[in-house]
Design a protein around this ligand. Sequence first.
Ligand SMILES: Cc1cc2nc3c(=O)[nH]c(=O)nc-3n(C[C@H](O)[C@H](O)[C@H](O)COP(=O)(O)OP(=O)(O)OC[C@H]3O[C@@H](n4cnc5c(N)ncnc54)[C@H](O)[C@@H]3O)c2cc1C
Length: 410
Amino acid sequence: MTRVRTAHVIGGGIAGQVAAVALHRAGIEPTVYEAHATGADGVGAFLGLGLNGISALRTVDMDTAVLARGFASPRTVMLNGRGRVLADVPNGGTLPDGTHAITIRRTDLYAALRDEAERRGIPTRYGKRMTGARHTGSGVRADFADGSTAVADVLVGADGIRSTVRRLLDPAAPGASYVGFLNTGGYARGVDVVGPPGVNHFCFGRRAFFGWTKAPDGEVWWFANPPAAREPDPEELAAVPAPLWRARLLDLYADDRTPAADLVRATDDVFTGWITYDLPSVPTWHDGRTVIIGDAAHAVSPSAGQGAALAIEDAVVLAQCLRDLPDAPAALARYERLRRTRVERIRAQGRRNGSGKTAGPVGRAVRDLVLPTVMRHLFRDGRDPLRWMWDHHIDWDTRVTTPAPTAATR
Ligand SMILES: Cc1cc2nc3c(=O)[nH]c(=O)nc-3n(C[C@H](O)[C@H](O)[C@H](O)COP(=O)(O)OP(=O)(O)OC[C@H]3O[C@@H](n4cnc5c(N)ncnc54)[C@H](O)[C@@H]3O)c2cc1C
């Protein structure tokens, strides 16, 4: 039995930087290897970070830096394309100190996490694309595209939805699966949308889903999900010029009685669109020395609003397991046991949320009729059907133990 002392963390995104800090706190020496020159900045626009993600960041003292760069998003309003409010519900509850879920630019989230890792002296090596890994007698050797290699006791694959580590663990592992719509968005100025800042507005437009949130400075952050029955070619999509995106969006939202078209018009730079994926269940998460976390293990549809939060939870739980269990194989097995059921449930929830975004005329009519009553019923008397998702807290000081064998496992 050998205690883990050193770790390679492959990927300097959300899961990677939080894992590095959590491992460091657990007494393990991490080194982060990031393929790109400066991390995953600029990938995507903004995201909602659920309370469970903030709570997990708090266990390793990374929440303050993140909260300072986002703004509170305490409520979610759902509308249809005629502008009729279908539901107005809390966006999760609050932490004991009153903290709400937040909305944050991805670049700011990545930068905050990276700064926190740097502040603790954790090295991130940029421009290091991992291409292969193999077990040595007592550890793992990682190979990089620049010809260099490095050895550590464990290798943590935090390398996102296109994970190389996942394929190394299991060449037959599933790849990303298209969820039926695209993503674009932007930051609009000078449009006076109703309501206080921070409220998420999610609109089932007649032809496409649209969301917006007013920031405290009056800028309106929006995203659009144009449906596309077949998965487009990523290169062709990336080549669509900005004016064409704008024209497509204006056409898609022309009939909606919501601020969607005004917001598109008031945006200087509409993001180049990207394709939306999740990941079917991945059977193999570890092999005793190598493990995957975050999107590498279980990318969920963005419709769940939980991918970043789950990546953060994974990182913290993995570090606890490596801190408390006697060796890497026991720790990695326990990490999977502690995480799999929860992430699979949230993945299924994300798929369900996403299917409502592309409903046909009949589905839309039924939704408009039924949703207000259903939501009122589900949220009656202060209840929240998604409480299990956001009201999830990890206690850093509780020791992780291996469960006693049951009759079935003895
Ligand atoms: C459109 C969209 C909207 C979303 N909205 C939300 C939301 O509202 N709320 C939410 O919680 N989540 C949301 N998500 C999901 C969230 O962004 C992801 O779940 C989260 O980024 C996962 O973090 P990660 O660290 O696992 O992966 P990533 O953030 O993708 O980081 C992976 C890192 O690994 C690096 N890498 C890859 N391969 C290698 C290699 N071979 N060697 C070295 N480095 C490598 C990459 O460069 C990258 O820096 C959204 C996602 C999308 C696409």
